[in-house]
Design a binder for this molecule. Structure first.
Ligand code: SF4
Ligand code: SF4
Length: 364
C-alpha cells in the first residue's frame, strides 16, 4: 500500500516494521511498537478472524470488532438501539439511542465509498425513529451504491405518516426493500406481541403508503406461541389485503434478549407449529405469493414446507448440532442461532441419503 493511501487504514501484521508506518492503526498480536510506532498499536488477540478489506473498530483495550466483512453477504449498518415498540420476542431489547451507533454506521459508509457493494441492510432497533438522520443514511446507501440491494428492517409504523413515507421513498430512489414485521392478522394480537397499542394500524397504513409510492415491501412474521395457531388466517389476510408485496417470510425465533425473558409466554416448538406452518405456506404458494421460511431447520419442517426453507441465519451466529455432521441436507439447512439460549437439540433428526426422506414420517 503506497504511503499516501495509508492514513485512513488499519494495518494487520504479525510484527511491526517500517512497512507499517503511516497507518491510522495497527492490528498485531505482537508487542507494542517503540519510537517508530508510538500510538495506535494494539496487542490484539483473535486477529485470525479478520480478513483483508474488513472494516474494523479498535478500542484502546485491544478489542477488535468487525463492522463490515469484506467477504460477507450479510453485512448490516446498525444505526440505533432505540425503538418505538417493545416486542415480547425482541432479540435485542430497545434502549436509549446512543449517537455513537449512528456515527459508526456513517464511518462504515465513508470507508465503503469507493468499493463495490452488493448488499446493505439498515437495522436497529428501529431505524426510522432517527427521522432525518435515517433518511440521510438511506439516501447515501442508494446514491453511493446504486448496484447494492438495500434492505431496511422496520416495524413500519412511522411510514403511516404520508410525508415521512414520501421522503423515505425519495431517499431510497426506488431501490430499497422495506422488510416490515407483522405478527398477526388480528390487531390486538399484533399489538400485544409488539408491546405498543396502535402498532398494527400504523404498520398497516405504513405498508400501504410505501406501496402507493412504489416501494418494495417484504412482510416478516415471527412465529410464536401467541400467533402460530392463526398462521393460515394470516396467510389469507396477506392474499386479501397485502397481495402486492415483493416477498413474505415466516420466521423462527431467536431466543435471546426479550425472547429469553418471555420464554414461557412466547416460545413454541417448531414441531408444534409445523402443520400450521405448512398450511400457511402452501396457501400462499397456491395463491401465487412469493413465500419463504426463515430460521427453521429442515428436519423440523414438514416435507412440503422444506422447499421454502432458506439458509437465513447470519453466518457469524449460525451453528449446527453435533448430530448435524451426519446429515445429508446440512449444506441446505438453516441450522440454529448460536445466540439462542435454548436450542431444540433433542428434536433434531439427521437426514440420511439411504433412509426415509420424510421427517414427518420419522416423527411418527
Ligand atoms: S423486534 Fe420489536 S422491539 Fe425489537 S427492534 Fe424490532 S420492532 Fe423494536
Ligand atoms: S439434522 Fe441438523 S443439518 Fe440436518 S436438517 Fe436437522 S438441523 Fe439441519
Amino acid at each position: 500500500m503506497p504511503f499516501y493511501r495509508r492514513s485512513g487504514r488499519i494495518r494487520l501484521a504479525d510484527t511491526l516494521g517500517f512497512d507499517c508506518l503511516g497507518y491510522a492503526g495497527y492490528l498485531t498480536e505482537g508487542m507494542k511498537g517503540g519510537l517508530l510506532h508510538p500510538d495506535g498499536i494494539y496487542a490484539a488477540s483473535g486477529t485470525e478472524g479478520v480478513e483483508e478489506g474488513d472494516i474494523v473498530m479498535l478500542t484502546s483495550d485491544g478489542t477488535v470488532t468487525v463492522l463490515w466483512g469484506a467477504n460477507s453477504s450479510q453485512n448490516s449498518l446498525f444505526v440505533t438501539k432505540a425503538c418505538n415498540c417493545d416486542c415480547l420476542m425482541c432479540p435485542q431489547p430497545p434502549a436509549i439511542h446512543d449517537p455513537q451507533d449512528l456515527v459508526r454506521a456513517e464511518k462504515v459508509l465513508d470507508c465503503l465509498r469507493s468499493r463495490s457493494v452488493k448488499q446493505i441492510c439498515i437495522t436497529g432497533g428501529e431505524p426510522t425513529v432517527l427521522g432525518a438522520r435515517f433518511l440521510k443514511v438511506l439516501e447515501r446507501c442508494s446514491r453511493e451504491h446504486p448496484e447494492a440491494a438495500v434492505n431496511v428492517l422496520t416495524n413500519g409504523k412511522l411510514f403511516s405518516d404520508p410525508e415521512f413515507a414520501g421522503k423515505t421513498a425519495s431517499a431510497s430512489n426506488g431501490k430499497a426493500l422495506f422488510c416490515v414485521s407483522l405478527h398477526s392478522d388480528i390487531d390486538t394480537v399484533h399489538d400485544r406481541l409488539v408491546g405498543a397499542r396502535g402498532s398494527y394500524a400504523a404498520a398497516q397504513a405504513g405498508i400501504y403508503n410505501l406501496a402507493k409510492l412504489g416501494c418494495a415491501v417484504e412482510i416478516r412474521h415471527v412465529i410464536s406461541k401467541g400467533n402460530f395457531n392463526r398462521l393460515k388466517r394470516f396467510s389469507e389476510q396477506m392474499y386479501s389485503y397485502f397481495p402486492f408485496c415483493a416477498h413474505y417470510a415466516f420466521m423462527g425465533m431467536e431466543i435471546c434478549g426479550q425472547a429469553f425473558k418471555n420464554f414461557d409466554e412466547i416460545n413454541v416448538s417448531p414441531l408444534e407449529y409445523r402443520d400450521c406452518l405448512e398450511e400457511a405456506v402452501m396457501s400462499m404458494y397456491r395463491a401465487g405469493l412469493p413465500v419463504s421460511v426463515y430460521n427453521v431447520p429442515l428436519c423440523l419442517c414438514s416435507e412440503k414446507t422444506r422447499p421454502f426453507a432458506r439458509q437465513s441465519i447470519s453466518s457469524w451466529k449460525n451453528i449446527f448440532m453435533s448430530q448435524c455432521e451426519e446429515c445429508s441436507k446440512k449444506d441446505k439447512c438453516a441450522g440454529f442461532f448460536g445466540t439462542s439460549a435454548f436450542l431444540p437439540g433433542d428434536l433434531v433428526r439427521p437426514f440420511r441419503e439411504d433412509a426415509c426422506d420424510d421427517s414427518s414420517a420419522c416423527w411418527g
